[in-house]
Design a binder for this molecule. Structure first.
Ligand code: MN
Length: 295
């Protein structure tokens, strides 16, 4: 049998906090950093997680979304589970992420962007479900040039579980020597674990890494605790092993990364190390240094 490893203790199973609208296109539960249980450093390098749980949008000719706004000092990672999202930024990148796709946008030194429902999806309306992560950057990379990685579902690393019991899709990092396509500035793992009803699977991450699982679909027993849909499991930094048994066909967003041990200063869409850098960001936006983008 395999090496016997210590189980990670569950620190908290967090129910979805009350939702709020981001623009008129995203109805999100912010699991962190604003929740009582998970502060701004607890899931570092993952600074924020907004979760748009399943919602039906009615058809609309003019797409819903968020208009032009700046970012500096981090990356936005958008994972679409249902529906399609269109994106444009002042670095000249644009694209559509469809169901199962991921957009990994490095704002770094700064850009303007807008995020909308894709035109055709908007016209027809329908089921919408997505996650947006804010991934922090260490000080030495905060002012590097912006970049954009479009990670369509077919580009993800795939690890098929034995006997057709599911698949682990590796977006970033690796799982059992299968690598994810995302370039990251610090070590982290981001997976979609799709596990069939009744199947079990072990995941393993070092104790020092901050680790959590969002139950996107279905429900499961995780290290002995029942976890319902739309809940987030936060693990203590005390063991390696996570034992998952799916109670239904389940989809889990798995996050684990090495913490960035630096001061955090955040104001709105800027994530820096000091207040002085935040003031500089605002000054630079007002001076047009983040480029141009039409609404
Ligand atoms: Mn944004």
């Amino acid at each position: 049998m395999g090496v016997c490893m210590n189980k990670k203790t569950i620190e908290a199973i967090v129910a979805p906090p009350p939702p709020h609208m981001v623009g008129d296109g995203f109805r999100v539960h912010n699991f962190f950093p604003n929740s009582r249980l998970i502060d701004k450093k607890r899931m570092s390098p993952f600074f924020a997680m907004d979760y748009n749980a399943k919602i039906e949008f009615s058809p609309r000719e003019t797409p819903r979304g968020v208009g032009v706004h700046p970012h500096r000092g981090f990356e936005t990672v958008t994972i679409a589970y249902h529906g399609r999202i269109a994106h444009h930024d002042s670095a000249g990148n644009s694209g559509v992420i469809g169901e199962g796709d991921v957009q990994w946008m490095t704002a770094a030194s700064g850009l303007l962007h807008k995020e909308y429902h894709e035109q055709e999806f908007s016209r027809k309306g329908g089921l919408f479900q997505m996650v947006q992560l804010w991934v922090n950057l260490p000080a030495k990379y905060k002012m590097t040039p912006p970049k954009y990685q479009e990670i369509s579902h077919d580009k993800m690393g795939k690890y098929n579980l034995a006997d057709g019991k599911g698949v682990v899709e590796i977006i970033a990092g690796e799982f059992k020597d299968v690598k994810g396509p995302a370039f990251t500035f610090t070590p982290m793992h981001v997976y979609n674990a799709r596990i069939k009803k009744g199947a079990n699977q072990e995941l393993s991450f070092p104790a020092n890494c901050n680790t959590g699982i969002l139950m996107v679909e279905g429900s499961a027993n995780i290290n002995g605790s029942a976890v319902q849909g739309d809940h987030f499991v936060l693990f203590k930094n005390d063991g390696e092993s996570i034992q998952i048994t799916a109670d239904e066909d389940s989809v889990m967003l798995v996050l684990s990364g090495e913490p960035i041990d630096e001061p955090i200063a955040q104001y709105g869409p800027f994530l820096m190390n000091t207040w002085q850098e935040l003031e500089q960001a605002i000054e630079d936006v007002n001076a047009g240094k983040f480029g141009m983008l039409e609404d």
